[in-house]
Design a binder for this molecule. Structure first.
Ligand SMILES: Nc1nc2c(ncn2[C@@H]2O[C@H](COP(=O)(O)OP(=O)(O)OP(=O)(O)O)[C@@H](O)[C@H]2O)c(=O)[nH]1
Ligand SMILES: [Mg+2]
Length: 451
């Protein structure tokens, strides 16, 4: 096994940077370059002060630590050198390490070694990737729960159930006469049904896992000129979207990522919903409809000035089972629309009043959004599968389990059922990354170097 090295901290100006080594030569390379009162290799796991010296030239003042196998991230000997953050300094130290015999690490190679040496399973490796990529605190915490293995545990448990089923089938197939009493097909069916149900929940919650990690999609809808773009700007506290008093200003959907109390939201400003002949606007309105369909939550805006139109009532009817808030804007203007007009379409707390110009009602709105978002999150009881690859395998497993149940229902011989159960068992194995070199390449290829 070769020894690999990488600059593990992000590029850019920083006070410190970390260079990491993993492999059998880690200690030797560190000793060759490090000079200081205490040798890190002789004092493993202790952070030692010193200098990196190459051919009598001091490259940097550093702190270094040597971590002997096997209790390290990769399970191999590792070394970490904390240098000053300047790119030139770091690269000169890095170059010296490479000259001493380390190889430049590939993307994700540290995590790959951790995986290959049995320290991580693939869900956990993907969780590390998610944490690096997570754009928000909440996203990071979902990723963290994967790292701690919620998903892993659940998938393992399901596999064990399937394994007991497979064992019984094996018995029944090999010794059809003797074992007929032992194979209780009713019990087996129960077990498979339980697995089916859990898989279904995992799949149903998959998109929510994604939503929580990436941000709930919140679409702002309403007639032209009600103040949709103004609301996006007010919630994101910047002038992202163009606001004018001309109806039909927004022609395309605009997305803005914000955080409310650490909750990631993707706000989507849309073109006002209305009948129009303008071809550009028609496209805009079509996009608004798509946003309406795909959003996790809807903010439907009305103006105090206008009575409800038939079309708006239809819209309100059609979104009864969606997560939504109905908002009367422009309360600073005198007008005709009141809360009572909207109460037939939503609960008390889902109807809000707002004046964006006077900045009144915004805090209540933010609270209401968080409440709705919290409700959406509440629905997620089962562990989440966040990666598309995992979801795909879980779907395959679900499909196979259904086939198995069908086969059992039509009293097909156990051989038939066995094939499907085995298919599900193998698909779940791939979720955990068992025996699948190409997936492993795919996953670790997405890592940054040094991870
Ligand atoms: N008086 C008053 N005017 C407002 C309020 N909110 C927005 N406006 C004004 O309403 C007009 C339309 O606002 P926009 O945010 O562009 O409305 P929109 O819904 O995005 O409009 P389209 O993109 O054309 O569909 C602008 O002149 C805003 O300044 C409010 O609370 N009170
Ligand atoms: Mg607009």
């Amino acid at each position: 096994m070769s020894t690999i090295a990488a600059i593990s901290t992000a590029a850019g100006v920083a006070a410190l940077g970390v260079i990491r080594l993993s492999g059998p030569l880690s200690g030797e390379i560190l000793s060759a370059l490090f000079q200081g009162p205490r040798s890190p290799v002789e004092n493993p796991r202790m952070l030692c002060y010193g200098h990196i010296v190459e051919k009598e030239q001091v490259l940097d003042e550093v702190m270094a630590v040597f971590l002997p196998a096997p209790h390290t991230f990769t399970t191999e000997d590792m070394a970490e050198i904390t240098t000053h953050g300047g790119r030139v300094v770091m690269e000169s130290v890095y170059a010296a390490i490479i000259k001493e015999g380390a190889r430049i690490a590939e993307r994700g190679e540290f995590s790959r070694r951790a995986f290959l040496n049995g320290r991580l399973d693939l869900t956990q490796a993907e969780a590390i990737l998610e944490i690096i990529e997570a754009r928000t605190r909440r996203g990071a915490s979902v990723a963290l729960s994967h790292l701690e293995g919620d998903t892993t545990r659940e998938v393992r448990r399901l596999r064990e159930e399937l394994l007991t089923v497979l064992a019984q089938f094996a018995l029944a197939i090999d010794y059809p006469d003797e074992s007929s009493d032992e194979v209780q097909s009713g019990d087996l069916e129960e077990t498979i049904k339980r697995v089916e149900k859990t898989l279904q929940e995992l799949i149903r919650n998959a998109h929510k896992g994604h939503a929580i990690a990436e941000g709930l999609r919140v679409a702002i809808l309403g007639r032209p000129n009600v103040g949709k773009s103004s609301l996006l700007n007010a919630l994101s506290r910047r002038s992202r979207s163009i606001v004018t008093n001309i109806p039909g200003t927004t022609r395309d959907t605009i997305e803005e990522m914000i955080q409310l109390s650490g909750f990631p939201l993707i706000l989507i400003d849309t073109a006002g919903l209305r009948e129009t002949d303008d071809p550009v606007e028609i496209l805009g309105v079509r996009r608004s409809r798509e946003a309406l369909e795909s959003a996790d939550m809807l903010l439907v805006l009305f103006s105090k000035e206008w009575v409800l139109e038939e079309e708006e009532k239809e819209l309100l009817e059609s979104i009864r089972d969606r997560s939504r808030l109905l908002i009367i804007n422009k309360t600073d203007l005198g007008g005709v629309l009141s809360r009572e007009d909207l109460l037939p379409f939503a609960s008390e707390e889902q109807v809000l009043e707002l004046s964006i110009t006077e900045k009144s009602g915004l805090e209540e709105l933010e609270k209401a959004i968080l409440r709705e978002a919290g409700d959406l999150e509440e629905e997620v009881h089962t562990p989440l599968i966040a990666s598309i690859r995992q979801k795909h395998e879980v779907e395959k497993a679900y499909h196979s389990v259904k086939e198995a149940l069908n086969a059992m229902a039509s009293s097909l011989p156990y051989d038939y059922v066995e094939v499907d159960v085995r298919g599900a068992y193998e698909a779940l194995g791939r979720v955990l990354g068992e025996g699948t070199a190409d997936i492993i390449d795919e996953v670790f290829g997405r890592f940054c170097v040094g991870k």
